[in-house]
Design a binder for this molecule. Structure first.
Ligand SMILES: NC(=O)c1ccc[n+]([C@@H]2O[C@H](COP(=O)([O-])OP(=O)(O)OC[C@H]3O[C@@H](n4cnc5c(N)ncnc54)[C@H](O)[C@@H]3O)[C@@H](O)[C@H]2O)c1
Length: 433
């Protein structure tokens, strides 16, 4: 049993805290957002993830997890402290380190007795020096009052709890045996290969992994768009590719592109890091550019069915979150696509099973509906932008009766094209018809 502190109780902080508490540690979670902390104290999760509230309530009851806004209490009571604050992108693609810097400043005052500060936030090379500088201004010395480590997180939103308990690998970036052994011990209940490396390598492992995943998305979208030109089904192409072990079938899902809080911001972060080092990362730039093209390709598919200007049309959007099984709409491409359609005059009706409250905060002038049928009533076209399982259960007969025109653009290839067409719909997926 270790005493663990979590700084920043968002998606990553909360799941990390719950995972570590569940295996027997005593975890104290801090956030500067009082509202969030108050909800969590009551056993209410601000994020939607399968199994999360059950875990939360069990660990509160067993007195293994605590919530606070008090830095002093958190640091003093913890031996290992994880920084899990966000590192979003600035306008120019640089990583915005303001949350990391401000949390480090708050932590620095209370450091003593060789606390291990393990960074889970995705941070660029050079950030550790900034943190050391902050600690040193408070008179704190590495090796005496604190130690540093990089422990990147690889879990997927939507499957966060499952992934935390079943990690693909655990990467520990640290120099000293004391730090490495403490972190190895903390993560020992989770069965996964452990990669022990230097902090700078751990940083690059995280950025390279996300860039690779982004590359697979952009790659298969490129192939899907080519398939459309030749009326070939991209899924048949994937079927024939995936048995090659060098390729595999994972993460080859043609669609609207990669959105969400991580892939594009981390790709941009890596591009900036490379540029600063004097290297021109042309290939990484192309991945990002392809992603932007894909969004325009989806809008083009809508216009191809309706018209260049969309003033006379109502479009029904199914799905607002950046992926299914989460309520996260940060950098959701669905929102980006809605904005492009609205700019061209479209009237938008939308439905999402869990993302509407978050979406309402960032996108107005949309008619939010209670289900897909209400969203589709009197619409000229259905545009599916998140692959929620419930969309698969659509009653095509009912949908056709409600719509003005029976047109479906399936941006996430979730419906069966044959079934849609048999019911009299014009159906267009991505890379298949
Ligand atoms: N979300 C993911 O799927 C994912 C996956 C892997 C890695 N990551 C990385 O993990 C990090 C966290 O991402 P997230 O999605 O959990 O972010 P988040 O925005 O959900 O959570 C960050 C939390 O930190 C709090 N916070 C902000 N400033 C603070 C401060 N000074 N002191 C204490 N708390 C503060 C915020 O109130 C918020 O609750 C990012 O670097 C991200 O790139 C995220």
């Amino acid at each position: 049993m270790r005493n663990v502190g979590i700084i920043g109780t968002g998606y990553i902080g909360l799941v990390t805290a719950l995972g570590l508490a569940e295996v027997g540690n005593r975890v104290i979670c801090l956030d500067i957002d009082e509202e969030k902390i108050n909800l969590l104290k009551k056993g209410i999760s601000p994020i939607h993830e399968e199994g999360i509230e059950e875990l939360l309530n069990r660990n509160i009851k067993e007195k293994r997890i605590f919530f606070t806004t008090d830095f002093q209490e958190t640091i003093e009571k913890s031996e290992i402290i994880f920084i899990c604050v966000n590192t979003p992108s600035k306008e120019d693609g640089e990583v915005d380190l303001s949350q990391v810097i401000s949390s480090a400043k708050s932590i620095s005052k209370f450091l003593k007795n060789r606390k291990i500060i393990a960074i889970k936030s995705t941070i660029p090379i050079g950030t550790l020096s900034k943190i050391r500088e902050i600690f040193s201004k408070e008179g704190k010395k590495e090796g005496d009052e604190y130690e540093l480590a990089i422990v990147p997180e690889f879990l997927r939103e939507g499957k966060a709890v499952y992934d935390f308990f079943n990690p693909s690998r655990i990467v520990i970036g640290a120099e000293k045996d004391y730090v490495i052994n403490s972190l190895k011990d903390l993560f020992s209940p989770f069965q996964a290969p452990m990669v022990i490396t230097t902090p700078i390598t751990a940083i690059l492992i995280k950025y390279a992994s996300n860039a690779f995943l982004a590359m697979r998305v952009s790659f298969i979208n490129e192939i899907a768009n080519i398939c459309e030109r030749f009326s070939v089904d991209v899924f048949e192409v994937i079927e024939g590719m995936k048995y090659d072990k060098r390729i595999g079938g994972e993460h080859l899902s043609p669609g609207i592109g990669f959105g969400g809080p991580c892939l594009s911001k981390d790709l941009m972060g890596l591009i900036k890091m490379a540029e600063k080092s004097g290297y021109e990362p042309d290939f990484l730039r192309a991945i990002l550019e392809k992603n932007e093209h894909q969004v325009r390709h989806i809008v083009y598919k809508v216009k191809e069915q309706l018209s260049d200007l969309l003033y006379d049309y109502t479009i029904s959007i199914w799905g607002l979150t950046f992926k299914p099984n989460t309520n996260d709409v940060r950098n959701s491409l669905a929102i980006k696509i809605i904005n492009l359609l609205k700019n061209d005059g479209a009237n938008i009706k939308a439905y999402d099973p869990y993302g509407m409250e978050e979406a309402k905060k960032i996108i107005k002038d949309v008619e939010y509906c209670n289900d897909i049928y209400e969203a589709s009533k009197d619409s000229d076209l259905v545009l599916i932008l998140t692959a929620w399982n419930e969309f698969k259960k659509v009653d095509f007969l009912k949908l056709k009766r409600l719509m003005k025109k029976p047109i479906i653009i399936d941006g996430v290839n979730i419906l069966d094209p044959k079934e849609a067409k048999n019911h009299g719909f014009i159906y267009k997926g991505v890379g298949r018809e």
